[in-house]
Design a protein around this ligand. Structure first.
Ligand code: ZN
Length: 453
């Protein structure tokens, strides 16, 4: 009954155009509080959770692709619906018929939801991408976030597997030796950018609190480290991205000592971490490396996370921004893509609950560096907190004549598309602003193949 009424609620909410993803979960849990525990315990292969600050959605999208290639049908939650209600809805909305029934649940899970998700879902695999300072008002300090994830891991069965980022000290330290761990990481790549202004979240040893020593740093606090005091060091990764040739769109990845070449068309250093996390998750789910690599040949990211589309003669790139490190990485991607003709950047900042209500993190984005690196470029800023963003750019040294401020997103899109007749427009929205942009593009018939997730 809980499932039936949840589906009915979901159907009614879609019909009324709200498309709310939390209502079915809410209804199901009200009727039967044990619904998630019950439904998940019926899955033949159990549940895999993906958590961490950045990269959950992209990593989950890559793992879904790997699972599809291996012939395992998985149910999953919609992008961003990663609180307990969203996870519950993923189960109540999955097909009932035995022929279509999923073997496995693959769920991107908010860090703060991990204790409850761990307890109810008893995950078989937990993948942790990274820990960065994100949405301070919701989570408080980074150590609180880490503690949430640790509690989630405690809910795992003893035979469960942890998939951990070896290059992030806080993530690597989640391995206590009680369970099997698969570590992933990056080799020292040529594109290493080591700047002191780069937001640093965790540079202290999680065991003794001393300053960590870095031999190589990929970005922020991710890199090759060692504690000079207690001797704790980055674990050796079983899945290692060895090299990346961006021009030829090739990546060399070492899996349990064996090197493989893979064509990889997704820009951004941070996506190499998502790739490594997904490959490791596949291994933890006992999928053979050959199947994993074969499934990734034609991988393209989900719409909205970094998709590009043509609007007349303007190429539009969309990438979600939600915290300083992610924002820096997206701007690095824009800077890398210098041959894109005339370029403009649109930043859309909302401060609704799903975006994070505290926008002070904008001050931790390294705009000073990027404004210089990008050279003269037009900025369009919009959303509820457009003015905060405009002030931030002003302090970063952008001339006022180069910034168009318009809170109304549709109006700003019109303005940008008429100002920029051809070239590239990078649209960088927070979560609810992204939904608004998608809605606008769909309404204008510009994103006909739009698919969520
Ligand atoms: Zn130490």
């Amino acid at each position: 009954m809980a499932v039936a009424l949840a589906r009915l609620a979901g159907w009614a909410s879609r019909l009324s155009g709200r498309g709310g993803s939390s209502l079915p979960g809410l209804v199901a849990r009200r009727i039967y509080p044990g619904v998630l525990r019950d439904l998940s315990s019926r899955l033949k292969w159990g549940t895999a959770l993906i958590t961490g600050t950045n990269g959950k959605t992209t990593t989950a999208a890559i793992v879904r692709r790997i699972l599809a290639a291996s012939g395992q049908s998985a149910l999953s939650n919609r992008a961003g619906a990663n609180l307990i209600l969203g996870l519950t809805a993923a189960f109540t909305e999955a097909p009932w018929r035995p022929a279509k029934r999923a073997f496995l649940a693959l769920l991107e899970t908010d860090e703060a939801t991990m204790p409850q998700a761990g307890k109810e879902l008893k995950p078989r695999v937990v993948t942790v991408t990274n820990f960065f300072r994100d949405q301070l008002d919701r989570y408080g300090e980074l150590s609180t976030t880490v503690a949430y994830v640790r509690r989630g891991i405690e809910g795992m069965a003893e035979e469960a597997v942890l998939v951990l980022n070896a290059d992030d000290p806080q993530v690597a330290a989640l391995d206590t030796g009680e369970r099997q761990s698969v570590f992933f990481g990056l080799n020292s790549l040529t594109s290493t950018r080591s700047s002191s202004e780069d937001a640093m979240d965790a540079r202290f040893c999680p065991h003794c609190g001393s300053n960590l020593l870095y031999h190589a740093r990929h970005y922020a606090h991710l890199g090759h480290y060692q504690c000079p005091h207690c001797g704790w060091a980055r674990p050796a990764p079983q899945v290692l991205v060895e090299r990346w040739d961006q021009g030829r769109e090739l990546v060399w990845i070492r899996i349990n000592g064996e090197e493989h070449e893979l064509s990889w068309r997704i820009p951004g250093l941070y996506n190499l971490y998502n790739l490594a996390a997904a490959v490791s998750t596949g291994l933890a789910l006992n999928i053979p490396p050959g199947v994993i690599l074969g499934s990734l040949r034609e991988f393209k990211p989900a719409f909205g996370r970094m998709e590009s589309l043509w609007v007349k003669s303007v190429r539009m790139w969309l990438a979600l921004v939600k915290n300083p490190v992610g924002f820096n990485q997206v701007l690095a991607m824009v800077a890398e893509n210098a041959s894109a003709g005339e370029r403009a950047i649109m930043v859309l900042i909302n401060d609704r609950y799903a975006d994070g209500q505290d926008v002070s993190w904008l001050w931790d984005v390294d705009f000073e560096h990027w404004v210089e690196a990008l050279g003269p470029i037009s900025w369009f800023v919009g959303g509820i907190r457009a003015r905060d963003m405009a002030v931030r750019l002003k302090y970063a040294g952008v001339q006022a004549s180069r910034v168009v401020v318009e809170e109304n997103i549709p109006a700003l899109l019109d303005r940008a598309l008429s100002d920029l007749e051809e070239g590239t427009l990078y649209v960088l929205p927070t979560y609810t602003a992204m939904l608004e942009v998608r809605r606008q593009l769909t309404q204008r018939g510009l994103a006909p193949h739009f698919r969520e997730g």
